[in-house]
Design a protein around this ligand. Structure first.
Ligand code: ATP
Ligand code: MG
Length: 668
């Protein structure tokens, strides 16, 4: 406790009522949460099993568990819940599945599954899937606002809204028929459950005696409601957040949520932290100056004692290729000359597509790196195949999973057969697998096709029985060899080497499943739970990394939240990239400014911005304008590079802002 400053200590010790810690980046908000968990257990006698901490990503949850693990000894920490909102929701649904009317082993549909299903429903109902993305977004936002399909239908005014609402209705019914929930349901279903069943809520309130929430500014309406319900009248909770780091408005989070808290909990205590322990004063000054351009509900001032620090570099590059090359060689040089470990560098960018070039350059220079998102383990073909088999084994009614694997490897079940099966299942209102077993199906197709379907269904049931009864992992290994999956992969790969790698992924997946089951000390984790966890991790970790080896870290600015690195590169500081073109059009540049603020405040010692003067876009070379955010930074703290070729007379004519030089060079 002595390592914390007085304000932080106050935040840790205050447990008699609701508490909000409102503070800027790097001021130790997350540290307060970890310390407070230890304090609650050690000093207040609250057992770890009664404490729930919610963080934003799996990675953050893992880190927090580790940190708490260092503060608590063995048994003291047993039963502690540190999870994401979605994991918490999943746990609640799993424990209450009976009352909710789900069979155990229900499936979780991710964004892509959901989109495929919605498109499918639209085809059936409207003969086309135009605008499926918009409808999916609308459904998702209804769910986040706790609006049921019935309410959506009632409220719909325009024909588009009516269409969306009726798709929503159909979609929800189908999910239920599949014994599946989607991502938004993981929050929505528990909230509705608690609203309608006070006795269930009471049970959970009794179990959760203290709740802590990190990155509170990014909770949306339904997540907030979940917290509010779980903490109940006792309101024993601590939330920490920074309104300037709210970057998920597109998922329903609003900086104003912080103000809402004060209204809902009039006795809310607010603690502000102002000392930053992460960055040099110069980096902080840049962050403070930038964010001052946004309107503020709360005024905060951040200061640091870590010295003024090096100037912030702004590097102009000829084009995007030169930009990536520059960043790669810069890192290599620092690594070689100053012996800085690779993992101390982070490269941040606005969108995943920007990663490709820098990845190539890092590979070229043999710099080890880790990319979060993009080509994640779970997005590999073979992993998706296996996961679909797993999903089907725990929930045979999962039609999406069935369609994905029914011909992997080939079973000579053609599209016409599947179509007939689908129509029949639809008429009967049953899942595809159930339809395979019904007598009536025989009227709709030739016996040899029917036989193929039934053979598949029997085979699946056999594997399922084995998984449920005995050693599930051994049964799955048998399944992989029974499928002759290795051969299938080899046929679909250009070289044996690639095939071996892909098979390696298959075994790795089985090992992870085994590890998930083994890790549980209580021995309660069933095969079904382990799959559910794996599926959820797959979804949540698409943006996250697994290992913390010595590698340069590549990630989007969104994914960098809460993290810190000694050396940070922010690439593509250009108009239409940051701020993003869509935000300029929609007039939501403030949110992009917060994103830039998040990126800047990840840096501990060195911060480098790069931008390209020209860039290829949609096959065309276009001139780029430096980001307005560069303009908004304290110019005296910036050191410009790559602007030497700007003619002197132009420089003088345009004043001393280097930005003006570049703009004039580009003739704008
Ligand atoms: P963000 O807004 O980016 O999530 P945060 O407010 O959660 O940041 P932390 O990550 O908790 O900040 O802390 C930032 C850094 O400061 C960490 O390296 C942490 O270990 C360190 N730190 C926090 N409090 C103190 C303290 N009292 N003394 C020294 N170091 C501290
Ligand atoms: Mg934090």
């Amino acid at each position: 406790m002595s390592q914390l400053n007085p304000r932080q200590q106050e935040a840790v010790r205050y447990i008699s009522g609701p508490l909000l810690v409102l503070a800027g980046a790097g001021s130790g908000k997350t540290s307060v949460i970890t310390r407070k968990i230890a304090y609650l257990v050690k000093e207040c006698g609250i057992r770890a099993q009664h404490i729930v901490a919610v963080t934003f990503t799996n990675k953050a949850a893992r880190e927090m568990k580790e940190r708490v693990g260092m503060l608590l000894r063995g048994a003291e920490g047993r039963g502690l819940t540190v999870s994401t909102f979605h994991n918490l929701g999943l746990n609640i649904i799993r424990k209450e599945h009976k009352r909710l009317g789900y069979k155990p082993g229900f499936s979780i549909f991710d964004q892509r599954d959901a989109e495929a299903l919605i498109a499918d429903l639209m085809h059936k109902d409207y003969g086309g899937d135009d605008g499926v993305e918009g409808i999916q977004a609308q459904i998702s936002s209804w769910k986040n606002d706790l609006i049921t399909p019935e309410e959506a239908l009632q409220q719909a005014k325009t024909p588009q809204q009516q269409t969306a609402a009726s798709v929503y209705m159909h979609y929800n019914r189908t999910l239920k028929a599949y014994n599946a929930v989607d991502f938004d349901d993981l929050i929505l279903i528990p909230v509705l459950l608690f609203r309608d069943h006070p006795d269930v809520l009471e049970k959970w309130q009794f179990r959760i005696r203290y709740m802590l929430v990190d990155e509170y500014q990014d909770t949306n309406a339904s997540q907030y409601l979940l917290v509010k319900m779980l903490v109940g009248n006792q309101a024993r909770f601590t939330v920490v957040g920074d309104d300037d780091q709210s970057i998920y408005a597109w998922r329903g989070a609003r900086p104003e949520n912080l103000a809402q808290l004060k209204e809902d909990f009039p006795n809310l205590k607010v603690v502000m932290l102002e000392q930053n322990y992460r960055s040099t004063s110069r980096i902080l000054k840049a962050a403070n100056t930038l964010i001052a351009n946004n309107p503020h509900v709360f005024e905060k001032q951040l200061w640091s004692e870590l010295g003024y620090g090096d100037p912030i570099r702004v590097i102009r590059c000829r084009n995007e290729d030169a930009e990536a090359e520059r960043v790669a060689t810069d890192i290599q040089m620092l690594h070689l000359k100053q012996g800085i470990a690779w993992k101390n560098f982070a490269i941040l960018y606005r969108g995943n597509h920007q990663a490709r070039l820098i990845e190539l350059k890092l590979q070229h220079h043999q710099i080890p790196y880790h990319l979060s998102g993009g080509t994640s383990f779970f997005s590999r073909q073979e992993v998706k195949d296996l996961m679909s088999y797993f999903r089907l084994l725990v929930n045979p009614d999962d039609d999406n999973a069935l369609l994905r694997v029914i011909n992997v490897p080939r079973r000579e079940i053609g599209p016409a057969t599947l179509e007939k099966l689908g129509t029949y299942a639809n008429q009967r209102g049953v899942s595809l697998i159930t339809a395979c077993g019904e007598m009536g199906l025989a009227e709709h197709m030739e016996p040899r096709y029917l036989e193929r379907l039934q053979r598949f269904a029997r085979w699946l049931e056999g594997v399922r029985q084995q998984c449920m009864q005995g050693d599930a992992i051994a049964a799955l290994r048998d399944m992989v060899s029974d499928l002759d999956y290795e051969n299938w992969i080899r046929q679909n790969c250009s070289s044996d080497e690639i095939a071996a790698k892909r098979m390696g992924n298959v075994w790795f997946l089985l090992d992870s499943l085994k590890a998930t089951m083994d890790r549980d000390e209580t021995g309660e984790t069933t095969f079904e739970d382990a799959i559910a966890k794996l599926v959820l991790r797959d979804m949540l970790e698409r943006q996250e990394e697994e290992e913390d080896a010595d590698r340069v870290q590549l990630m989007t600015m969104h994914a960098s939240k809460g993290l810190e690195y000694p050396h940070v590169y922010v690439m593509g500081m250009e108009e239409e990239i940051l701020p993003h073109r869509s935000s300029i059009e929609a007039d939501t540049v403030d949110e992009e400014r917060r994103l830039a603020y998040v990126a800047i405040t990840r840096a501990k010692r060195n911060l480098t911005f790069t931008f390209a003067a020209r860039r290829r876009q949609f096959g065309e070379i276009i001139d780029c304008l430096p980001s307005r955010f560069l303009d908004e930074l304290p110019q005296e703290d910036l050191e410009w590079e790559g602007t030497e070729d700007v003619p002197v007379e132009q420089k003088q004519a345009r004043g001393n802002s280097a930005l003006a030089d570049i703009r004039s060079l580009l003739g704008r």
